[in-house]
Design a protein around this ligand. Structure first.
Ligand code: NI
Length: 167
């Protein structure tokens, strides 16, 4: 197992659109395990492959308190959306920034698991928010892009400054 380096906004690689996973190989299984370890260590409740600079459609989420409900979604696709929910989001790629985003309250997602089985999953509330946030990453979208231009500019400046100071 290994901890992976997480890209930070405004790194342009976060805007890469990820390619579908063609086959579940040992390398994919290892990557999914390393991503889960990286997410738990951060700590965070979701991580998309895009964030660790691997541009394939793979994400991990676990919103449980006990950190024992890991979901690994491969080639996830939202097939149904309902309702609306506003929630304050954060992101491991945008450290220290939290803001409200409006998303669907309920989603139905089709995805493959690490055994190569495709199944549909119903998600509500925080899990639905988290999955939508992570699928956005696979599409090259970071949650701050839902905010005003002014806020986005401020966030870019703040994180660029932080990165410079950390060097
Ligand atoms: Ni994120």
């Amino acid at each position: 197992m290994a901890l992976l380096k997480i890209l930070h906004y405004p790194d342009p690689r976060l805007h890469t659109v990820a390619e579908p996973v063609a086959e579940i190989t040992n390398e994919i299984r290892q990557l999914a395990a390393d991503m889960a370890e990286t997410m738990y260590a951060a700590p965070g409740i979701g991580l998309a492959a895009t964030q660790i600079d691997r541009h394939i459609r793979l994400l991990v989420v676990d919103i449980s308190e006990e950190k024992n409900q890991l979901l690994t979604l491969i080639n996830p696709r939202i097939v149904q959306k309902e309702g609306e929910i506003v929630h304050e989001e954060g992101c491991l790629s945008v450290p220290g920034i939290y803001d409200n985003v409006t998303r669907a309250e309920h989603i139905r997602v089709s995805a493959m698991n690490l055994a190569g089985e495709v199944a549909e999953l119903d998600a509500h509330g925080l899990l639905a928010i988290c999955i939508q946030h992570e699928i956005d990453h696979l599409d090259g979208k970071v949650f701050v892009e839902y905010l005003s231009r002014l806020k986005q500019t401020r966030i870019k400046h703040k994180l660029t400054k932080q990165a410079r100071e950390a060097m």
